[in-house]
Design a protein around this ligand. Structure first.
Ligand SMILES: Cc1cc2nc3c(=O)[nH]c(=O)nc-3n(C[C@H](O)[C@H](O)[C@H](O)COP(=O)(O)O)c2cc1C
Length: 217
């Protein structure tokens, strides 16, 4: 699907047809997309938990009860659900792992470039740690970039999707033992096939007028 068709045809799906699984190839393409998401100073401060089985979806669905019940069927009836998570800190071990991976991937062609990269990244992180004091928010922004890419990628592939902030993050962190791994959940995305009950499919899109949202200079 081309970009404009995808933009017009996608919407936040409100009901899924349970029991229908997306082809593995299409899901793998989305994993490749997430894996290659851009992030500031290549910090990759994320982790993605993918539920592709009924048992996996049920575990995520435990975080969509009570006030979040409205999202429960969107999790249980989807084909796949991805929990986009963020690190809670940008520690030395992670910075070392990033540098090592960049080295393995062959990015340091010029002598000294590895040290330059490490210094530059750490300077940037220290700016967020000490001057802006916004490391968590900064990491969370990177996760939302990945979310945007994922939603657009799904749309281009004609895959129905729902981004969801409506879930109990503390409950999901517990269920997936995320905090033991220095992670916390940020946003969920269900993927699958919309059902007849997806009322949003028949509603027109609503956006503020372009001239309110764009300034051309
Ligand atoms: C970060 C984010 C969180 C959202 N959370 C939910 C949610 O918990 N449940 C839901 O049904 N829709 C959720 N939505 C869908 C939005 O309501 C929807 O994207 C918006 O109304 C625009 O409509 P459209 O996506 O159909 O174009 C969320 C969207 C975003 C981007």
């Amino acid at each position: 699907m081309n970009l404009i068709d995808a933009v017009h045809s996608r919407h936040a799906v409100k009901a899924y047809e349970g029991g229908r699984a997306l082809p593995k190839q299409e899901v793998d393409a989305l994993l490749t997309l997430l894996h290659n998401s851009p992030s500031s100073v290549n910090s990759q401060p994320w982790h993605f938990v993918m539920a592709s089985t009924s048992a996996g979806r049920e575990r995520i669905a435990k975080a969509t009860t009570g006030a979040y019940e409205y999202n429960n069927p969107k999790v249980r009836n989807a084909s796949h659900v991805i929990a986009l998570c963020m690190r809670v800190d940008m520690d030395d071990a992670h910075l070392d792992a990033l540098l090592e991976q960049e080295s393995i991937d062959g990015r340091f062609k010029v002598p000294g470039s590895k040290e330059t990269q490490d210094r530059g990244r750490r300077a940037y992180i220290n700016m967020h740690r000490y001057e802006r004091r916004d490391v968590p928010q900064w990491m969370e922004k990177q996760v939302y970039l990945a979310l945007g890419g994922l939603l657009l990628g799904a749309a281009i592939q004609g895959i129905d999707a729902t981004p969801m902030e409506g879930f109990d993050a503390a409950a999901l962190d517990r269920e997936l033992m995320l905090r033991d791994r220095g992670l916390t959940s940020v946003v969920l995305v269900s993927l699958g096939y919309r059902s007849e009950a997806d009322f949003n499919a028949d509603l027109p899109k609503s956006r503020l007028p372009q001239d309110e949202l764009f300034t051309f200079i």
